[in-house]
Design a protein around this ligand. Structure first.
Ligand code: SF4
Length: 459
């Protein structure tokens, strides 16, 4: 696996209208707001009478949907998804929403996250004769829902939530209602919103802005909400102890214009930069952030340290993600295509480079060598997350632990290997404080304290 960042998971969008048939079109705008959570495939399912119609394909939202498709998907209810996970064969079997027909009924599921007991459960269901058509967690959830549906669908959701352990958020379309489900610890985000003509569901609040709507509130950890034309009702509370929402949403995954559990992501990143500057000061002439997630951290670092900030690294927004390139030599070149520092800003200066995380270090090594080749006299690296030492089992694609560079080198060795004159990370306490004073986060990729215990189920 060639990941040089933890990879976004997936994005969910839902729309229920009191008035009009444009739910798919509104969902399309919302999907653009969660595109950063998954770029491999996308889909929208709608319902008319008793029939669910779903269109999904590989590619970005703007590539997959056009006016003709959206007009065919005319409906007052829609469920959409952006998918991060790539099918190695390039097939769309893992694309979502995942729709199944059972008895006289049907449902669609849009899923974000991961189950720690999916493998064991799929084996059990397989031995009972269930034939899975994909590796998708959405299919596992949908099949459990259908099997648990004995005529009371809300009870079926509760039973399914109790069977499947992990960190997840789910959107479900059943008849003329949407349901939003957030795992009992609130690891993955999910929020509900409103527009003039109805109600919305989305992984992140920025999607509501793009749908011309507004955030009502987050779905609470363990909460199951029902969204219909009549409004939003909370139908169950499966909260399990303390909340453990993913702190990496604030570090890197979420869009900065989103507000998750009451905290704006941009502002939390800026606070992380301030805390980083207080924890690990350095004498330098200029602070530069690695775009995009490093930018607010860098402005916070500059404000707290008094060192001037410059947007001296230009990101080419038309170049694809670096890890698409399989070979290390080509990847190094693609990094220069993506981030190009401005020589005239850098030459002769002591530079502080601020980034959100180091996973394998490939990108950062190339960035530092480029900055030095352009005449920087010193390069100091400051990172707004602690060293990543552990994998994530809650729906985030992560390298094996042995491939995480912080497991293979001390901080000083890593600084030397990256070509940096110094390297410092924010502390776990500092990172938590940048988001909230409350103890309510999963920090397992830094400290190994998994809020949903992982074990044999992952093997
Ligand atoms: Fe987020 Fe890390 Fe916890 Fe995974 S292990 S949910 S990435 S904080």
């Amino acid at each position: 696996m060639g990941l040089d960042k933890f990879s976004d998971e997936c994005g969910i969008v839902g729309v229920v209208l009191n008035n009009g048939k444009d739910a798919a079109r509104i969902a399309y705008f919302g999907l653009n707001g969660v595109q950063h959570r998954g770029q491999e495939s996308t889909g929208i399912a709608v319902r008319n009478e008793d029939e669910i119609t779903c269109f999904k394909d590989s590619g970005l939202v703007t590539e997959v949907f056009n006016e003709k498709i959206l007009s065919i998907l005319s409906s007052d209810i829609a469920l959409g998804h952006t998918n991060h996970f790539r099918d190695p064969l390039g097939l769309t079997g893992s694309s979502q929403p995942f729709t199944i027909n059972y008895g006289a009924s049907s449902l669609s599921v849009a899923f974000n996250g991961g189950f720690i007991n999916a493998k064991a459960l799929r084996q059990k269901l397989g031995s009972e004769g269930v034939a899975f058509t994909s590796n998708s967690e959405a299919e596992t959830f949908a099949i459990c829902l259908a099997r648990n549906d004995k005529g009371n669908f809300e009870e079926a959701i509760i039973k399914t939530v109790r069977e499947l352990k992990g960190g997840y958020a789910v959107g479900i379309m059943k008849e003329d209602c949407l349901y939003g489900v957030r795992d009992p610890l609130g690891i993955r985000p999910l929020a509900i919103g409103a527009i003039e003509e109805g109600y919305l569901l989305a992984s992140e609040s920025c999607a509501f802005d793009l749908m011309d709507g507004e955030l009502i509130r987050d779905v609470q950890p363990g909460e199951i909400v029902k969204i219909s034309r009549e409004g939003i009702t909370s139908i169950a509370d499966e909260k399990a102890g303390k909340c453990a929402s993913c702190i990496f949403e604030y570090v890197y995954f979420a869009r900065p214009d989103s507000t998750i559990d009451g905290v704006n992501v941009f502002l939390s990143r800026e606070r992380a930069g301030r805390i980083l500057a207080e924890e690990s000061p350095v004498e330098a002439d200029l602070v530069i952030g690695v775009p995009d997630s490093g930018t607010p951290v860098a402005t916070g670092f500059a404000a707290a340290s008094g060192i001037p900030y410059s947007a001296g690294m230009i990101k080419d927004k038309y170049v694809g993600r670096t890890y698409i390139v399989a070979d290390d030599k080509k990847r190094a070149h693609s990094i220069r295509l993506k981030f190009n520092p401005v020589r005239q800003i850098i030459e002769g200066k002591r530079i502080v480079i601020v980034d959100d995380s180091i996973v394998r270090g490939t990108t950062m090594r190339k960035i530092i060598s480029t900055i030095k080749s352009l005449g920087a006299v010193e390069v100091h690296l400051r990172i707004s997350s602690p060293p990543i030492l552990h994998s994530c089992f809650y729906g985030v694609e992560t390298p094996e632990e042995k491939r995480l560079i912080a497991n293979n080198m001390s901080k000083d060795e890593l600084a030397e290997s990256l070509g940096a004159d110094s390297l410092e990370y924010i502390s776990i306490e500092g990172l938590k404080r940048s988001v909230s004073e409350e103890e309510r986060f999963c920090t397992a990729c830094f400290d190994g304290n998994y809020p949903v215990k992982v074990g044999v189920e992952n093997e």
